[in-house]
Design a protein around this ligand. Structure first.
Ligand SMILES: Nc1ncnc2c1ncn2[C@@H]1O[C@H](COP(=O)(O)OP(=O)(O)OP(=O)(O)O)[C@@H](O)[C@H]1O
Ligand SMILES: [Mg+2]
Length: 395
């Protein structure tokens, strides 16, 4: 069964295998981990495609037919209580289609959450409805949730998305607690997905931390260039916009293959072709321009809330393109900044707000549209210069 959609370039989430590009090796690896009883840590930059990959894997017949597959996003959670709430609600939602018998068994095992069992007053359908205050013993509930998974009628796979959040929970023992439960599991496998690189690394690759050596690590990089170009061309073939493989490629290179940013641009281009606009010069440039400026209110708001020192550094990093070595003397001189030591505290603030990120010893702006907007708004830098010279304007 395939979903019918107007625009084949997904930008909000997974649609179906037809609209999912490649990831064949990664899919095989993740399926292999699950079927061989390994837990996985799936790490990448934001918006590279972790959640999409998990959903894609859950659609594979090997998994869909043999497992209860549960995907829970714990991004909003700040405590064990909230974690328990999100996890149990998600399990409940996955069970609901299977009928009352499953739901009854759920509450018969997870007795501590019985208060959450309600019937919809209009339809009479069971719902999961509990306030955080009613979860009085989150540790007991957690234990019962694991009991439930371990005694399910099929094997279970639980993907915990944005897993790095557990390091920010108010309680200090959550990692150890989860690790203890997880290592006892025989019927359930886990995928821990996360994007804030250093936090995921700290959790899984630090000897003294509970999750050390408990997972198969998987790093998700960009989709291969040729595969993505073919994927895009396939959808444009029958539209009346004659975009060329070289133009598609130029967008790939501009974003270093960063999935969501490319999808967003091609979604824009496709939306124009379906309105049958005339073909004009330099399709990617004009689409990109539109997309980037459409986010301007967001970016202006970020800028309005930054102290001047932080703004200066942010603009300087944007002008450098990726991988700015911001404490080098050349960088400081080139952008007329103050001394290296005064840069440090501003950089720390920008990192804490996730506005910039650090990789080995260089810095970049993870939101690639924001980086472009800064370049457009404050003078062109490396990205745009490179982009306009790789594109041959059409006659
Ligand atoms: N292989 C793919 N083919 C086509 N589109 C994809 C692919 N992978 C991801 N996408 C799309 O790219 C966007 C970002 O993907 P996704 O949300 O999976 O990334 P993520 O790494 O989970 O991001 P975040 O760190 O923000 O949670 C989504 O709109 C998704 O539909
Ligand atoms: Mg995600």
């Amino acid at each position: 069964m395939s979903a019918i959609i107007d625009n084949p370039f997904a930008i909000t989430g997974y649609i179906s295998p037809e609209y999912f590009c490649d990831r064949e090796n990664e899919t095989a690896e993740l399926v292999g981990n699950i079927t061989n009883g390994r837990n996985t840590a799936l790490i990448s930059e934001r918006r590279m495609g972790k959640t999409g990959l998990i959903e894609h894997v859950f659609h594979r017949p090997e998994i869909a037919d043999n497992y209860h597959a549960i995907l829970v996003d714990i991004y909003p959670a700040g405590s064990l209580k909230e974690f328990v709430f999100l996890l149990s609600k998600q399990i409940f939602e996955s069970l609901k289609p299977q009928g009352r018998k499953f739901i009854d068994r759920f509450f018969a095992t997870i007795t501590s959450l019985h208060a959450a069992f309600k019937l919809d007053p209009v339809t009479g359908a069971p719902t999961f409805d509990i306030s955080l205050g009613e979860i009085r013993q989150p540790e007991t509930s957690l234990e019962q949730i694991f009991q439930y998974l371990e005694n399910a009628d099929k094997r279970c796979v639980v993907a915990i998305d944005e897993f790095q959040q557990i390091a920010r929970f108010s309680e200090k023992n959550v990692e150890a607690l989860l690790r203890t439960h997880i290592q006892r599991c025989r019927n359930t496998n886990f995928i821990f997905a996360g994007s804030i690189n250093h936090m995921m690394h700290d959790i899984f690759f630090t000897i003294s931390r509970p999750f050390y050596q408990s997972v198969s690590p998987m790093t998700l990089g960009p989709i291969e260039e040729g595969k993505y170009v073919d994927f895009v061309m396939k959808f444009f073939k029958n539209s009346n916009m004659d975009i060329t493989p070289d133009e598609v490629d130029s967008v790939y290179r501009l974003f270093g293959g960063h999935t969501w940013y490319m999808q967003r641009v091609f979604n824009e281009i496709y939306s124009r072709s379906s309105r049958r606009d005339p073909v004009y010069n330099n399709i990617p440039v004009s689409a990109l321009d539109n997309v980037v400026w459409s986010y301007e209110p967001v970016y202006k708001n970020i800028m309005a809330n930054l102290p001047e020192r932080q703004k200066e550094i942010l603009i300087a990093i944007a002008k450098e393109g990726r991988n700015a070595e911001i404490t080098s003397a050349e960088f400081i001189g080139r952008h007329g900044l103050k001394s290296a030591s005064s840069i440090q505290s501003s950089v720390r603030q920008l990192m804490a707000k996730d506005i910039i990120s650090k990789d080995a010893k260089s810095y970049s702006i993870p939101d690639r549209f924001f980086a472009l907007w800064l370049q457009m708004a404050y003078g062109p830098g490396a990205f745009l210069k490179e982009f306009s010279t790789t594109l041959i304007p059409r006659a």
